[in-house]
Design a protein around this ligand. Sequence first.
Ligand SMILES: OCc1cccc(Br)n1
Length: 446
Amino acid sequence: AATKANGGGRSGSIVAPLVVNEEFQKIDVNPPKGTRDFPPEDMRLRNWLFNHFKEVSRLFGYEEVDFPVLETEALFIRKAGEEIRDQLYCFEDRGNRRVALRPELTPSLARLVIQKGKSVSLPLKWFAVGQCWRYERMTRGRRREHYQWNMDIIGVPEVTAEAELISSIVTFFKRIGITASDVGFKVSSRKVLQELLKKYGVPEDLFGRVCIIIDKIEKIPIDEIKKELGFTGISEDAVEQLLQVLSVKSLDDLEDILGGAGEAIADLKQLFSLAEKFGYSEWIQFDASVVRGLAYYTGIVFEGFDRKGKLRAICGGGRYDRLLSTYGGDDIPACGFGFGDAVIVELLKEKDLLPELGQEVENIVCALDKDLQGAAATVATTLRDKGQTVDLVLESKPLKWVFKRAARVNARRLVLVGKTEWEDGSVSVKVLSSGEQFQVKLNDLE
Ligand SMILES: OCc1cccc(Br)n1
């Protein structure tokens, strides 16, 4: 009953009374399954990571946006058999509306662009860092939430847009010490698949579904892939040829198969040429098997991978020219990427690149007796008004305790408020690294 009442997983329409915590019953102090707390040490790493995400986005001239973590379920209902759909964290709210915790940010971004309509001038370059959710059976013990960095360009049909997006991710990697020998990007275009399916007479409306099946190529046995492709109605012969083409590892070989007239080859050639100009050629490689697992991609797709092959994809993205029109918006071209906060941390650990991020505070301020607590508050405020960080000791404590706390909060200096000095407006300062000690007028303290 408790599970049902809380809508855990199944979207029962029965809305039983919310489970309340009986008085004095010990609560479960852990966060819900698959979710994380961020205590200070983890929050420092998260802020370090997100600050790099946001600084790179601003370096590229993008504007920050955000959306509700809760959306209508309909925004994410696509019939292409995506994993993201099977794991949608959806439920019926107390107003009997079908809602979902967003599994990704792109649909919300598309919704906002349509909502803004003619009031925004294209191209739009937007970025967001937001928590995304999935409801996965905990059998695999995987997380149910992660934070994703997204950058999107709305209104640019040319491949220069995708080329710039990859450049922004390369810039991010370089800022945190990741090099082209650690990470690469597999790049392809869904137009390869589109041209092949057309050649084999496969109906256009199967395109998304076929892409989702192909995306599983390294995750499930090849016979399963062939079987699932067969179910879509593609002939066995066409399936064999399709898989053959997807194993191609060079643009020249692909051109021999597709001919040089198609958009797929033209787009990819332009992208590799632009990569040269952006200076990240060593980071990217053509790989026809990359299709990505989201149904709405229509053109160039790319994914960041660790060259040791030990981790899941680090990030991924591509062109999604039809998404806005599928939501009833105008036919506006778009492309973007998503970059999760989990795999990158695993990679940084692997490469021993995790930053040392201890707590830091410039001053710890302490009254030497309880009648001077007010004076200590004045000292703290004076320093804070000068932009100095202050940990103010808020109760009367022995000096031994204060020194221990100063070490724990990594204070640069100790500011003591004593009776005699305070009578002439001064305080005692001890620089904790050098042991240097001096008295100074409060107003002269920098
Ligand atoms: O990468 C897919 C995904 C979506 C939402 C939450 C988590 Br954890 N992972």
